[in-house]
Design a protein around this ligand. Structure first.
Ligand code: TXA
Ligand code: MG
Length: 338
């Protein structure tokens, strides 16, 4: 058994040798490769079975390193980076030549983040170049928040640095920052634990001219599938909290039967006969804690092989942080019942 420090040393060696390694970050575990190794970047896509149209996030360990990845490091980005980095905020900016088209799926922009996790920081520092790292799960599946999750996902084919459980639990907030005629245009491309209200709040004490843009188009935010993070057992989000258990079972029997065996390329294990075992997902009432528990609970519940997983959404689940949690829950769901 290697100590964590020995695992880090080995990971640095493997990254230098065009390999990929799994590293803990505060959001979720990532599958990392040097940005200047085309071989390793291609391995990320093949190991994850990820389509090339879904771009990767580049992880840096300083603002100076981030600046080298972009053609234009504007003042607002500098301010947000200094406010929220290291941490779970990803900034999308015009890419420099250091970033290949393979990483950005041909987009002219790059997504950049300085993670807070000390192991991720040590890796980037020691390798000396930024690391591209998507979440360390097969494409479309539930993201990993523990080293054990990554091991289950890829058996022994990838070195996994055994850090602690990810403290945030859901992926970073992705924010696009554009500057047009001295006005900044901001758009949240993926919700996370850094909330729009927090960004608005810190900006309110500054003199930047900016506006929020709500529209998310597919080209600007690729990889945004309707389905994602899916457990192999069908997950149902039930938005009618008044439904009786017998009514719910009846509805599920009918509706699950109508589902395809595969949703957006992800195979779903549908119940073969009438549903006997429904497992109810119980998340903490505090959304920050719920985010921390979500993926781990989805994975643990799937391993117990119920016929179906169910989450009951109630009026208590309101507020911005819950929206980030529900962004994941809805995408993970095979079915949403109103
Ligand atoms: O918290 C996180 O961000 C984690 C950890 C490992 O850092 N990483 C992560 O990566 O979630 P991934 O590959 O699972 O998600 C990357 C997403 C893409 O699907 C896309 O939506 C967005 O980030 N993205 C990446 N590059 C982009 C770009 N140039 N423009 C717009 N969106 C981009
Ligand atoms: Mg992912």
């Amino acid at each position: 058994m290697l100590t964590v420090q020995q695992q880090i040393n080995l990971a640095v060696e493997q990254l230098q040798n065009n390999e990929v390694v799994a590293m803990p970050t505060e959001t979720v575990y990532g599958l990392a490769a040097r940005i200047d190794s085309e071989v390793a970047i291609k391995k990320i896509f093949s190991i994850k079975q990820r389509p090339f149209f879904d771009p990767l996030i580049v992880h840096v360990s300083s603002v100076d390193q981030a600046k080298k990845c972009v053609t234009e490091w504007n003042e607002l980005s500098d301010f947000l980076a200094k406010t929220f980095w290291p941490g779970p905020l990803t900034l999308v900016l015009p890419k420099s030549d250091l970033i290949s088209d393979l990483i950005t799926s041909g987009l002219p922009s790059v997504a950049l983040r300085w993670p807070q996790h000390p192991i991720a920081q040590e890796l980037i520092n020691r390798v000396g170049v930024p690391l591209a790292a998507p979440s360390a799960n097969k494409f479309g599946r539930t993201s990993p928040t523990k080293a054990q999750h990554v091991k289950e996902e890829f058996s022994d084919s990838v070195l996994v640095i055994e850090g602690d459980s990810s403290s945030v639990g859901i992926e970073s907030t992705v924010l696009s920052v554009k500057k047009q005629n001295n006005i900044y245009e901001l758009a949240i491309l993926r919700k996370g634990s850094i909330l729009k209200s927090q960004i608005t709040e810190v900006l309110s004490r500054q003199s930047f001219k900016y506006q929020w843009q709500e529209v998310i188009d597919k080209i600007e935010s690729p990889g945004h599938m309707k389905h994602h993070y899916m457990p192999s057992i069908p997950l149902v989000v039930c938005r009618d909290a008044k439904l009786k258990l017998s009514e719910l079972s009846g509805l599920l029997n009918k509706k699950l039967n109508e589902l395809p065996d595969e949703i957006e390329g992800v195979k779903i294990i549908k119940p073969k006969s009438d549903i006997k075992k429904i497992e109810f997902l119980k998340l903490s009432s505090d959304p920050t804690q719920a985010a921390r528990e979500l993926y781990s609970q989805l994975r643990a519940a799937s391993l117990r092989s119920p016929d179906v997983l169910c989450f009951i959404q109630t009026s208590a689940h309101t507020g911005e942080m819950w929206e980030s949690v529900f962004d994941r829950l809805y995408k993970a769901a095979s079915l949403i019942l109103d």
